[in-house]
Design a protein around this ligand. Structure first.
Ligand code: F6P
Length: 556
């Protein structure tokens, strides 16, 4: 039996120990005091790049904290790792792959080589192919099998082949092209496909089957069902060519499925699934908002890449965000991290970031395979403000856990309706202020007194009216949610994840943890279908299987 070694390199380092000691000094301090003692705190702890202003002054930090964190990043060799990622080194070591989503949006066209070959010509070629296809769809030149124009496009994919394009299509709702609707089907639960296709006409519907591997059970099951739905109506296998295209790295499997590889958009193994919206996986985005907007999205991400690659750590937005996350996860004991967009268009950003972050840094061993003795990726969650305020913010204000949170809000809205944007912004800023300041016992008591309450009532109510505050937040003010800004924002978070992976010494680009469930599902499926007897399982799983089978057999 192989025993895993434990890694003490990080936690035993002088940088780490200094930060542990420093948290002991910071912990008793309230952010109110930090603000009171330094009127320049905002100027000193805010920065802007790519149309995004980051205010990180409402954090439980001093300038010394940041210095210590930058020291930790340097000790981890961060600047060197940034260079290694951008230059196409195979830093995804367990899969032997480069990590080059940045090449997909490399608008400078600077050569980027993988194994000695410049990938940019291929990247640009696929962009052109996407542009031609989108033009044909929008102009009506691409026709369904019966000669009708395509009005609906359904993306069938899951994980990175769904969440990125879905989130971006929602986020760029303002830029949506009329006359063509884009839908997404991901869940293997047939309800997803059935409810989506209910409103559609097979003669005017085109499916994009999006799967990096083209082996994913959920996607292939839905794609086969969509194929049957199409053929039930069109009654001719030749119809498939007009109603199915594929996005994949696996041409053989695409051909086996029955999609003409001329109708296939390729990408490459150096694009991770959760980092793939910039590749042909972004095809539904280009269909929904047009190729021009897609190019702007890429350009915005590229601008953030340039910033990340070139800015000093002290002025580097993804680095600052990442280090603050490390501070709370590793030294202050925060187990979760909330993303709170004050923009309805960004309501799916938390879902997207869940995969991006948790699949990347939800790891328990280092790059060398040693078990870590520190916390890695936190639980990422969130929802659009102000809905969240009326749901879970109570726990942030008065619960027992510290929940570091990012508030994201645009300065200009696409929908300036009366004073609604001012109200949205007021709520956003009020929440960050409340989370920082809280309400002291004295403040709560004087409010209750002013309301004319009797002292025995005040005594009973007072503990419920106190807000401890001191909950850390970042505020990201985005000038306007254009395709370019959205690209910068997503790239900002991608690089935040990368930096944390470097500090934690993880391979952020594999995802072996999703395999076990897939393997076991393949064992259980034939048992559920009565093709094999129930095999060796724990008594819970076996009991559930038997109960299900007896009900399906009409015995319960
Ligand atoms: O959930 C595991 C995963 O491999 C993700 O990383 C990926 O985005 C998703 O499945 C879909 O994979 P594919 O694009 O190969 O169908």
């Amino acid at each position: 039996m192989i025993t895993l070694t434990h890694n003490k390199t990080l936690t035993g380092s002088s940088e780490w120990e200094a930060l542990e000691g420093h948290w002991q000094q910071i912990q008793p301090q309230h952010m109110r005091e930090l603000f009171d003692s330094n009127p320049d705190r905002f100027e000193q702890m805010s920065m802007a790049s790519c149309g995004i202003m980051l205010d990180y002054s409402k954090n439980r930090i001093t300038s010394e904290t940041m210095d210590l964190l930058f020291g930790l990043a340097r000790a981890a060799g961060l600047p060197d790792w940034i260079g290694r990622m951008f230059s196409g080194e195979p830093i995804n070591t367990t899969e032997g792959r480069a990590v080059l989503h940045t090449a997909l949006r490399n608008r400078s066209n600077r050569p980027v080589s993988v194994a000695g070959e410049d990938v940019m010509p291929e990247v640009n070629q696929v962009l052109e192919q996407m542009g031609d296809f989108v033009q044909q769809l929008h102009s009506g030149e691409w026709k369904g099998y019966t000669g009708k124009r395509i009005t609906d496009v359904v993306n069938i994919g899951i994980g990175g082949s769904n969440l990125g394009p879905l989130m971006v299509c929602e986020a760029l709702g303002h830029y949506r092209i009329p006359d063509i609707q884009v839908h997404f089907v991901s869940n293997v639960d047939a309800t997803h496909l059935v409810e989506t296709t209910k409103q559609l006409d097979p003669e005017t519907t085109l499916f994009i089957v999006a799967s990096k591997t083209f082996t994913t059970q959920e996607t292939l099951t839905n794609a086969h069902a969509a194929r049957r739905w199409c053929l039930n109506s069109l009654q001719d296998d030749n119809a498939i060519a007009s109603h199915f295209v594929a996005v994949s790295t696996n041409a053989k499997a695409v051909a086996e499925f029955g999609i003409d590889t001329n109708n296939m958009f390729v990408f490459w193994d150096w694009v991770g699934g959760r980092y793939s919206l910039w590749s042909a996986i972004g095809l539904p985005i280009a269909v929904a908002v047009g190729m021009e907007c897609f190019h702007e999205l890429l350009a915005g991400a590229h601008a953030m890449d340039v910033h990340f690659r070139n800015a000093e750590l002290e002025q580097n937005m993804p680095v600052i965000l990442a280090l603050l996350g490390v501070w709370y996860a590793n030294f202050a004991g925060a187990a979760t991290y909330a993303v709170l967009p004050y923009d309805q268009y960004l309501r799916l950003l938390p879902d997207y970031l869940q995969q991006a972050d948790m699949e990347s840094n939800g790891k328990r061993v280092t790059r060398d395979g040693a078990v870590v003795d520190y916390t890695t990726g936190p639980v990422v969650w969130g929802a659009a403000g102000t809905d969240g305020q009326h749901a879970f913010y109570q726990l942030i204000h008065q619960g027992t856990q510290m929940i570091p949170a990012d508030f994201i809000v645009p300065v200009h809205s696409h929908n300036e309706l009366g004073d609604q944007h001012a109200k949205l912004l007021a709520n956003c800023l009020a929440q960050t202020e409340a989370m920082m300041r809280g309400k002291s016992s004295e403040e709560a008591e004087s409010e209750l007194k002013a309301s004319g309450m009797e002292s025995d009532q005040i005594a009973a109510l007072l503990p419920h009216k106190i807000f401890p505050g001191n909950n850390p937040t970042n505020t990201l003010l985005v000038d306007k949610l254009t395709p370019g800004r959205l690209g910068s924002l997503i790239a900002l978070y991608e690089h935040r994840i990368f930096v944390q992976g470097i500090i934690w010494n993880l391979n952020s680009f594999d995802q072996w943890g999703v395999e076990l469930g897939k393997q076991l599902a393949n064992v259980i499926l034939p048992e559920l279908q009565g093709e094999l007897p129930i095999g060796k399982h724990d008594c819970s799983t076996a009991g559930l299987l038997k109960y299900y089978l007896s009900l399906r057999a009409g015995k319960g």
